[in-house]
Design a protein around this ligand. Structure first.
Ligand code: ADP
Ligand code: ZN
Length: 221
């Protein structure tokens, strides 16, 4: 099963994506994680991406399409993949459709996380992540210790208030039209009697386990 996770920053795509991937026994691709790793290693791609990410802007589509293609061609992704934050602009959605078609595959589900903006700002400003394994935490001060690996918790640069605002704007202007793009494609396919990715919206407010249960039910698990 190939699944795209869509939703604003702080909606819980990373946390839920991890759980969905484990449940379905398929890998998860998170472009945010791939880019942060490139930044950490100081690769040319990382250096370019950093200029955008620190401010909360989206990195150029070409960078994302490269990451997407490379990841989908890996053998362990042949049975399916959870794509977290991989599609954030209409050109990226078009690119993904093209890459999947080239591989003789298709997108099965677009999972949309629904959360209001107030809650998002609250979550993001209370978030820290493990410097080492990237596990996100809510409400734990920077400098605390990661439960999973003992690494140090830090605040992401793009979780500073100005960057949060920029990311929200990027979501509203560039990513939310992607949902409409998938809806239009589904309507179009239906008119031709063809199938298209199923669009599923999940209420992403509540305890992590509750949201996971909603997601898995929606996916028919
Ligand atoms: P969030 O979804 O909470 O904003 P991520 O960790 O998924 O955080 O992504 C962090 C940053 O990486 C984004 O703000 C953006 O700069 C960059 N990024 C990740 N995925 C994409 C993408 N598909 N297109 C453009 N930029 C991206
Ligand atoms: Zn850790």
């Amino acid at each position: 099963m190939n699944i795209v996770l869509l939703g604003p920053p702080g909606a819980g795509k990373g946390t839920q994506g991890e759980r969905i991937a484990r449940e379905l026994e398929i890998p998860k691709l998170a472009t945010g994680d791939v880019l942060r790793e490139a930044v950490r290693q100081g690769t040319p791609q990382g250096l370019e991406a950093k200029r955008y990410m620190d401010k909360g802007d989206l990195v150029p589509d070409s960078v994302i399409l490269g990451i997407m293609k490379e990841a989908l061609c890996r053998p362990d992704a042949a049975r399916g993949v959870v794509l977290d934050g991989v599609v954030r602009t209409v050109p990226q959605a078009e690119g993904l459709a093209r890459v999947l078609a080239e591989l003789g595959r298709k997108l099965d589900v677009v999972l949309v996380f629904d959360v209001d903006e107030e809650e998002l700002v609250r979550r993001l400003s209370a978030r820290t992540v493990c410097e080492n394994c990237q596990t996100p935490y809510t409400g734990r001060a920077p400098g605390s210790t990661c439960e999973k690996c003992g690494g140090k918790l830090v605040r992401r640069k793009d979780d500073e208030p100005d960057a949060i605002r920029t990311r929200m704007r990027a979501y509203r202007d560039q990513t939310s039209p992607v949902i409409e793009w998938y809806r239009a494609r589904a309507r179009d396919a239906a008119l031709r009697g063809q199938s298209a990715a199923r669009i599923v919206t999940v209420d992403a407010i509540g305890a992590v386990d509750e949201v996971t249960a909603r997601v898995l039910t929606a996916l028919g698990k």
